[in-house]
Unconditional design. Sequence first.
Length: 478
Amino acid sequence: MIFHARTGFLFASILSLVIGLALWAALWSQRNAALHHWCGGSLAAAAASLLIALRGLVPEVLGFTVPIALAVLMLSLKLQAIRLELNAPEPVHRPALLLLAALTVYELLRQGGDDGVGHGLGHYAHSLFALLVLSLMNARIAWWASRLGRRRGQRSAYWIAWAFGLMAAAYGFRLVNGTLGGFDPNPLGQQGYDALLLGLTSFVGIIVSNIAWLSLALERLIRAQVVAAATQARAEENRILSEQIVQLERQRSLGLLSASLAHELNQPLTAILTNAQVVRRGLGSKRIELTQALELLDKVVYNTQRAARILEHIRGLIRPSQMRRQPVDLVAVIQEVVELVAAQARAQACRLDCSLPQRPVRVAGDPIQISQLVLNVLRNAIEATALSAKREIAVRLWEEDDGARLQVQDSGPGLSAEALQKAGEPFYTTKAQGLGLGLSISRTIARHHHGELTLSNTAGGALCELKLPLQSITSQTT
């Protein structure tokens, strides 16, 4: 006896069960439909091999019909797993109809063979039919696996195709030889070289196909990790680039305001110099009273602090910074920005009318980014009034139930229909020297702060409106 077929099927059952469960456990983190179909097929193969090994020891329906049903089910699940990898799943009714048809024909042939004389080809017609079905189904899986290999460029898929192709060839060999009367096609009918060939083919097929599937799953996992890492790297690169663009736009805005800022700083510095000189001359001539000297020195301190605030705000806008979320007083921000643009407004004979609450209006966000947003809005409003006889800008800030609302109304000609539609798109501008980034960046800043920046026309000009959630509301959502 070269090979004991019953022992071989028993070993194949244990091998399929152990490898199937191990594969399921190893890839459990993925938990996709393809994995469940593949490992479910391995469990069906284990059950089929066990029942074939117990043929003659269990009722005929368990030794013949059920193993064939399990074998067809196993191959259908394996095929569906591969097709799921290709995103081309087979409709459920097809394998169900195939299983029903195969069982019907197999059972009819088996019952017809049992009614026969017990010898000849008709007696084994059901076994030959089972070999035909198994050979064709293995060949079909091999074809789909090779298709997966061609489409994905994964060598593991070709190993799966090779394993099932080998199984198809082994079943085909037994089918041909059984048809020619070379040997008993019943898997337990022979214990010689033919049984050894089928056994070795089954063992190799089980091991190779499951290892190849593990490799296939790991390749998919690694590819997904690489794609995720590349996506994260691109997102980080875009974030850094966006921060640099925002920073450059801030610096450009301050560059355009340089003359106005110089004038704005010149006022407190001139006042400091004048008051200091008066105190010095008075002390030198001993003609200044102490109270007068103290009053002048208080003015020096006030103007020094004013100049320091302007310089600190400019430095904050110039230096690079990452977004930081903290309580921000919109009233203080607007007042600081108004100080920065006041000289530009006076140079264009534009009057700024600010109506701000007496108490702080706090939102959660980045003070530098919110300052940049308000600066862009006020600069645009000042420039919009250049062509109007009446040059006024109304700045209004108030609290509502759902947040803070800032309105900047200019007395300019308003926006055209095209400008209203495209305003905020990157690089769209109506200015000869503009880059088309200011409003786009401002809207992005508003979105990052869970707010909204809108433009509209009114009877008196253009209206820019900013809505931001208050600090208590924002802090609950961040």
